[in-house]
Design a protein. Structure first.
Length: 278
């Protein structure tokens, strides 16, 4: 197995250019910020950008957690890649990743200055410092399973292959603002999630009343519980499925927070005539 490194200071555009460099070098796998990536899919690992503090993010990126490291090691053992591109801010960082994952020594290095102009690096730094933008070189839907931060926008890269020609590469990237954003932290309270859940449940056909909505924040996202009363005669399982779907979609759309579960409990049934008299 051959190991190639892309090295450059934080915020200089390494992740943005990683997929193109890997493609040019004939490398299928990338290790970036705690993730093992193949093409446009996360194969193993957890994103360092979801950590609450910068120190925790660094530890995640270096695979210092044994469970995290074992997950990626097992994936590498199973997949047996011929080569891997590792992104790092310094030679020593890449060496530490190699050591923690039990990989062979680095046999090739590309510096960010080799593939980006001074102007491009300056723009990347500006985006990082002023806007808190980070890039993960995988599509939004793929990374959303793992990342509970805040999404800004996805980027699609079109690669020129000759005069007037373009090859459409599946090098979709996700621009994110992580929890430890340089612009300060963002917080969405559980009560805000509960209000979204309650509103959507109340406006689902067949629901008479929402008794309670609870949101519990956990490491990887949020778990939502909703207790409802439905009208007599409706297909209860269909109503609950619709409540579940509407809540998941709206919380996802409005907050970009990872919704792990929406648990719906029907606690009562009311006759139409009863509801009219209330």
């Amino acid at each position: 197995m051959k190991i190639h490194a892309l090295i450059g200071p934080s915020g200089t555009g390494k992740s943005y250019r990683a997929a193109n460099l890997a493609n040019d070098l004939g490398i299928s796998y990338i290790i970036d910020d705690g993730l093992l990536i193949k093409g446009s899919k996360v194969v193993a690992g957890k994103s360092a950008k979801k950590e609450a503090t910068r120190i925790a993010s660094i530890r995640r990126a270096l695979f210092m957690d044994p469970v995290h490291a074992a997950d990626v090691k097992n994936a590498i053992d199973r997949l047996q890649p011929e080569s891997i591109l590792i992104l790092g801010t310094s030679d020593s960082m890449v060496d530490k990743i190699v050591e923690n994952l039990g990989l062979p020594k680095v046999d090739g290095i590309t510096r960010i200055e080799d593939i980006a102009t001074e102007e491009e690096i300056a723009i990347a730094r500006k985006n990082r410092v002023e806007q808190g933008k980070h890039v993960i070189p995988v599509p939004t839907l793929e990374i959303r399973k793992d990342f509970s931060g805040y999404f800004i926008d996805p980027l699609r890269i079109f690669k020129k292959v000759g005069k007037g020609k373009q090859r459409i590469e599946t090098l979709e990237k996700t621009v994110v603002r992580p929890t430890f954003s340089y612009m300060g932290k963002f917080f969405i309270s559980d009560s805000a999630i509960e209000a979204i859940a309650s509103y959507n449940a109340k406006n689902t056909k067949g629901v008479y009343k929402v008794l309670k909505a609870r949101a519990i924040s956990v490491t990887d996202g949020v778990v939502i519980y909703v207790d409802i009363v439905v009208y007599y005669g409706v297909k209860i399982h269909e109503v609950m499925a619709n409540v579940q779907k509407k809540i998941q979609e709206d919380v996802d759309r409005l907050t970009a927070i990872n919704v792990l579960q929406v648990n719906v409990l029907t606690k009562g049934i009311v006759m139409q005539s009863q509801s009219d008299s209330v």
